[in-house]
Ligand binder design. Structure first.
Ligand code: PBG
Length: 324
């Protein structure tokens, strides 16, 4: 079969519109700090982020997802809602320089708290230290509103706290941001594939882990329940994360619900392919094949660090670029 015929008859394809590129934003200026465990990915200050986006945007990149690295961390994570923080600053700059790009902002506190958990901590009656859910909800709503004010089109609560989507929707609506979209990390598994991200975002939990609020890899039906709850609370886009070890979950969610489904091709999934390709153990074609599997499983939106390579001038990844 010729290449053209293969393309005409192909059931699934990767298009530029499918991709969201995550960025790690630092405070300060004129600095780019490569992330050791994620070859090709860096933390950028806002000025360098704007410069870095030029090539991918020219080649069809449509959306970015921002993570912030604050100057200071404290027990409350209060720099998360500071309008001068790295994420609001980046949102304003992107809206100014690339008004056509969709801006998404991750709403979480683990990068902002000194203990690395996704909300302020409290002690239960039994003496266990745990995230104070009620307080965390109010703070997440406050962070989401600060991001909407700075120009976020989409806010993405990633902590998977019970009630967080509803709390954010209510506060956004009250503040007049009725059009701000919520992309919920609905089915988020407690995964070792987040390892390199915790390097990148400087956010490993100082003690304990996130297993109490992230899903067990043993479960799949629970994912449907989590998605259902988030939709009831007002989610506009639902997410499955990670993608590769959870392709079955992506398919289940796609079949069960009508909302757009996003899949997060997470840091560890990126790094393991990059490592094998660097060693010449795998050919670069493995990247497109992997991304296609996520599309075939049913994801409408793929959040992937590979988007940086897809939208390079000399990209080796075969996607149908919108701008061409
Ligand atoms: C939480 C968050 C994490 C990721 C995205 N948002 C880390 C975690 O839950 O520990 C992981 C993304 C990746 O691994 O690429 N703010």
């Amino acid at each position: 079969m010729s290449r053209t015929l293969r393309e005409i008859t192909g059931e699934t394809r990767l298009t530029a519109e499918n991709f969201v590129l995550p960025y790690f934003v630092r405070t300060g200026s004129n600095s780019e700090v490569p992330i050791k465990s994620m070859p090709g990915i860096s933390q950028f200050t806002v000025d360098r982020l704007i410069a870095d986006m030029e090539e991918p945007v020219k080649n069809g990149l449509r959306a970015v997802l921002l993570f912030g690295l604050p100057d200071k961390k404290n027990s409350e994570g209060s720099s998360a809602w500071d309008s001068r923080g790295p994420v609001p600053a980046a949102l304003r700059a992107i809206k100014k320089y690339y008004p056509e790009v969709v801006t998404m902002a991750d709403v979480c506190m683990c990068e902002y708290t000194d203990h690395g958990h996704c909300g302020p901590l409290t002690e239960t009656k039994l003496g266990e230290i745990t995230v104070d859910n009620d307080k965390a909800l109010l703070l997440h709503a406050r962070i989401a509103t600060a991001y909407a004010e700075a120009g976020a089109d989409v806010v993405a609560p990633s902590g998977m706290m019970d009630g967080v989507v509803g709390a954010i929707r209510e506060k956004l609506d009250q503040s007049g941001f009725i059009d701000t979209t919520i992309m919920a990390y609905s089915a988020k598994y407690a995964s070792s594939f987040y390892g390199p991200f915790r390097d990148a975002a400087e956010s490993p939990p100082k003690s304990g882990d996130r297993k109490t609020y992230q899903m067990s890899p043993m479960n799949s039906r629970e994912a449907l329940r989590e998605v259902e709850l988030d939709i009831e609370e007002g989610a506009d886009i639902v997410m499955v994360k990670p993608a590769l070890a959870y392709l079955d979950i992506i398919r289940m969610v796609r079949d069960e619900f009508i909302l757009p489904v996003a899949a997060y091709n997470v840091s560890g999934e990126y790094s393991m392919l990059k490592a094998a390709i660097e060693k010449n153990w795998l050919s670069y074609d493995a990247v497109a094949e992997t991304l296609l599997s996520i599309r075939r499983a049913g994801a409408d939106i793929i959040i992937s660090y590979f988007a940086r390579e897809i939208f390079k001038e000399d990209s080796l990844i075969d996607v149908y670029r919108h701008s061409r």
